[in-house]
Design a protein around this ligand. Structure first.
Ligand code: XMP
Length: 513
């Protein structure tokens, strides 16, 4: 394992990501991590970039014990400056902030760190720079603006680089990280999903023990299905999955999930139809945030009630709650947010833990989304489910604008079903990150045959994005939109008009509410 210490750069998590691409396992922790409390010995340490100035009062600094580990160290940007600062200053403000591409000149093309990398483009993002060389270091690379673009210790495997190898704009950056981890740290390239399944099943069995039982909520999405399948492989029927039908799921979703999970994947699943309860609580509510709160709270209430009905064979109470937390959520909660950071704990169902005195089990907490998908396929979950678009917890309730009634939900989910069906038929589903139909609370005039109609409007949304933080609308062909609009108006009672949403995020959000 490579230890990545995070000084708060927006790129830090990418270091871990890149190493994983070479099957190297890396773990990111805040830069304030005490080495004596680590509990394991890394094969190498990477110090990330960060938004601070090493010489300023209150800036974060690494535990000097990293040097006692006697393993290779690589400092990136702030990490490089930290190495120089520890040696006794040499760091100050640059004449100007350097942001953007630069050409890297490698001093010795045989240097292990730069194997295969000479004169490549690297990405710079720094205001401070080295004004001198720390003692016992030599220059190993330069760039036009940074004479100390790369430095290396003359006796130990300690290196610092001013640029960011983890961003894709650094054309050979990935290779540099691999050179460091594999050739210099001798990290093993054995991080594969095949190995993960084996070790994770064993870990779950050890954690849960021979008799204890586990519950978990499934949603029909990728993460909860993969986590449930993994639990089932590990402990069979001692894992109890619960699907709460909240009345705002997609068309036929509860039935489909049951078929897939029970028949296809042998998961011990109970489907609870609580749609009346949810829709009752949503009566008269139009505010999006209130809808979210009501659905979240009702979910906890229903889930707890159903969980109480499960009686484990050993006569004791259920001990664990499964959660499909992924690594990006973990990173979000542990990444370094500044010297006075408060660590945010991530909880979707936090209330459940406290009320039911459950211990959390999170088998996917080390994985990125694409790793979860790969894992899902290895576990025999269908390609279609594994590549399903995300679906929000509050479901169609935030896609029926205004008041949520059973009739309104029915209109929205039928339109959505037609839209997604056509997207799949056109072979576009996997090019789109998320697509759905919204039902607008306005009426519009139309004609059907000889009849004048006065009915509602459906808005279609489809976006392209990698991280859902920013998104572009998807450029469908006009014929496609024409086909979908015509089907929706003809097949869904209550809809007289269809529009396509052409706003990006920002300024709009993905969802309409
Ligand atoms: P926005 O609308 O914030 O959506 O641009 C970004 C992504 O988040 C999803 N989303 C939610 N997911 N509960 C969820 O589980 C929510 O309340 C929620 N609101 C938005 C949205 O579908 C998109 O993928």
């Amino acid at each position: 394992t490579i230890l990545v210490l995070d000084f708060g750069s927006q790129y830090s998590h990418l270091i871990t990501r890149r190493l994983r691409e070479f099957n190297i396992y890396a773990e990111m922790l805040p830069c304030t991590q005490k080495i004596s409390e680590l509990g394991w010995k890394p094969k190498g340490v990477i110090l990330s970039g960060g938004p601070y100035s090493v010489y300023e009062e209150g800036s974060p600094h690494v535990d000097r014990a990293i040097f006692d580990l006697q393993v290779p160290i690589l400092g990136i940007c702030y990490g490089l400056q930290e190495l120089a600062w520890i040696d006794g200053s040499h760091v100050g403000r640059g004449d100007k902030r350097e942001y953007g591409p630069a050409t890297l000149n490698v001093v010795d093309s045989n240097h292990r760190l730069f194997k295969g990398i000479d004169r490549s483009i690297v990405w710079m993002s720094h205001g401070d720079k080295l004004h001198g060389l720390p003692s016992d270091y030599e220059v190993i690379a330069t760039s036009e603006n940074s004479p100390y673009c790369g430095i290396g210790h003359t006796k130990k495997d300690i290196f610092g680089i001013q640029f960011h190898p983890e961003v894709t704009h650094s054309t050979q950056g990935k290779l540099l990280l691999k050179n460091f981890a594999v050739d210099i740290c001798k990290a093993q390239q054995n991080w594969t999903m095949e190995n993960f399944i084996e070790t994770e099943i064993q870990r779950i069995r050890n954690l849960v023990g021979p008799t204890a039982e586990v519950i978990g909520a499934v949603s029909g999405g990728v993460d909860s299905t993969v986590a449930s399948k993994l639990m089932t492989e590990a402990i069979g029927d001692r894992f109890h999955a619960i699907l709460v039908d909240n009345g705002v799921l997609r068309l036929n979703e509860a039935e489909n999930v049951k078929k897939t999970l029970v028949e296809g994947l042998n998961i011990n699943l109970t489907v609870v139809d609580a749609s009346d309860e949810f829709l009752d609580k949503l009566k008269g509510v139009t505010d999006p945030e209130r809808k979210r709160k009501i659905i979240g709270n009702t979910f906890i209430h229903v889930f707890e009630r159903e969980a109480a009905k499960i009686k484990p064979k050993d006569g004791k109470d259920i001990e664990f709650l499964l959660q499909g937390t992924l690594y990006p959520d973990v990173i979000e909660s542990i990444s370094f947010k500044g010297p006075s950071q408060t660590i945010k704990t991530h909880h979707n169902v936090g209330g459940l833990l406290e009320d039911m005195k459950l211990k959390l089990i999170e088998p996917l907490r080390e994985l990125f989304k694409d790793e979860v998908r790969h894992l899902g396929e290895l576990l025999g979950i269908s390609h279609e489910l594994v590549w399903r678009h995300p679906f929000p917890g509050p479901g169609i309730a935030i896609r029926v604008l205004g008041e949520v009634t059973r009739a309104q939900v029915e209109i929205a989910r039928k339109a959505d079903h037609i839209y997604i069906e056509e997207i799949k038929k056109a072979g576009l589903y996997n090019n789109i990150a998320q697509a759905f139909a919204c039902l607008l609370p306005v009426k519009s005039v139309g004609v059907m045959g000889d009849q004048r109609t006065y009915e509602q409007v459906i808005a279609l949304r489809a976006i392209e994005t990698t991280d859902f933080m920013t998104a572009d609308w998807y450029p469908f062909e006009h014929d496609f939109l024409k086909r979908v609009a015509s089907r929706i108006v003809n097949e869904v009672d209550g809809v007289a008009r269809v529009t396509y949403d052409i706003t990006s995020k920002p300024p709009a959000t993905v969802e309409w509410e």
